[in-house]
Design a protein around this ligand. Structure first.
Ligand SMILES: Nc1ncnc2c1ncn2[C@@H]1O[C@H](COP(=O)(O)OP(=O)(O)O)[C@@H](O)[C@H]1O
Ligand SMILES: [Mg+2]
Length: 324
């Protein structure tokens, strides 16, 4: 299997701020790579360089063997890009939007129309085809945006946070569309803040933080890397959460994670049932009311927490300008 995307030692600076500090990754043809990382990690910067919208300051990147700097024109002919923010013309109808993009890709008038019709159908937009895009829901716009990126049948597709802001049902629908594209042989590089999304769609993942790769592998490899088990308790009050965290600290292999909103405490542990029993003994007589307690294997959220020190979704709350 050959690589559809090759990135080697990519460097990008904005003034004296280094946004990418030697990022390397590959995406094998016909597979999905999940590019994960907290807000400001550099995900969009990688996508912009790969899609020829921004030039790197060091390193190199190739898409289907074409250099993104010296062969940018030809790269544009093989890729599709869906941005983090849907780029749809509000005043045109769904159909007109797709035809316009088709024309930009130098399709003939008739071909653009046929292709638009097929894509509207595939993305469940046929009924809304003749309505201006400004009347579309968030989910419909996102689907139209992805449809537009598929007009020219790209071999490689970059999806930058394709489901951010979608409700759970539209997200499930989008996952099905993405899975369909992959079964048609499209190579995909996907950035996401939803680890469940990466777990479900990506064959391999690369985790970046502050412009550097901090982990890579399949979901199972990443989970094995953080190791151990997770002891998880839900208590009835924020105060109980603090007490439980203190009392159970000796059992934790690493810093326990407290979520005040769900009043859930998560501790990396080993020792299985014996550790669970020990935890219950430590809490006895403490006055902490347990609503739920259990042991589980680490999931991708634990991987993220261990690697970056914060939960994926906390990290992605639209932030002020990151500190330089
Ligand atoms: N055009 C720009 N000018 C200055 N700084 C930028 C620019 N684009 C991105 N950055 C900075 O580079 C870092 C990485 O940004 P980005 O690639 O958008 O991260 P992500 O997509 O992972 O959230 C951030 O600190 C961001 O503020
Ligand atoms: Mg981004």
């Amino acid at each position: 299997m050959s690589d559809a995307v090759v990135v080697e030692g990519l460097v990008k600076r904005f003034g004296d701020f280094t946004a990418l500090d030697g990022v390397s990754l590959t995406v094998a043809e016909g597979t999905v790579l999940g590019l994960l990382g907290p807000n400001g990690a550099g995900k969009t910067t990688v996508v912009r360089i790969l899609s020829t919208l921004s030039a790197p300051d060091g390193g190199r990147a190739e898409v289907t063997g074409l250099d993104v700097v010296t062969q940018a024109d030809r790269v544009r002919g093989v890729i599709g890009l869906t941005g983090q923010y849907a780029a749809v013309d509000e005043y045109l109808t769904g159909e007109e939007n797709l035809e316009m993009v088709g024309r930009l890709h130098r399709l003939g008038k008739k071909e653009a129309r046929t292709r638009a019709g097929q894509l509207l159908e595939r993305f469940d937009l046929t009924d809304a085809a003749r309505r201006p895009a400004k009347t579309y829901s968030g989910g419909m716009r996102r689907r139209l945006d992805i449809a537009a990126s598929l007009i020219a049948r790209p071999r490689v597709l970059f999806l930058d946070e394709p489901t951010t802001g979608l409700d759970p049902r539209s997200r499930l629908g989008m996952w099905e569309f993405i899975a369909d594209l992959v079964s048609d042989g499209t190579t995909i590089l996907l950035t996401t803040q939803y680890l469940e999304e990466a777990d479900r769609l990506a064959d391999r993942m690369v985790v970046i933080d502050r412009g550097k790769v901090i982990a890579r592998g399949t979901a199972d490899e990443l989970k094995a890397q953080v190791g151990g088990e997770r002891l998880e308790l839900t208590v009835d009050s924020v105060k109980g959460l603090a007490t439980a965290a203190d009392l159970l600290r000796p059992l934790a292999l690493d810093t326990p994670h407290r979520d005040e909103q769900t009043r859930r405490l998560t501790l990396p542990v080993t020792g299985g049932a014996a550790t669970l029993a020990e935890a219950l003994r430590l809490l006895e007589g403490s006055g902490v009311a347990l609503l739920d307690v259990g042991l589980r294997r680490p999931d991708l959220d634990d991987v993220f927490l261990t690697l970056t020190g914060h939960a994926a979704e906390d990290a992605e709350t639209p932030a002020e300008e990151p500190s330089r």
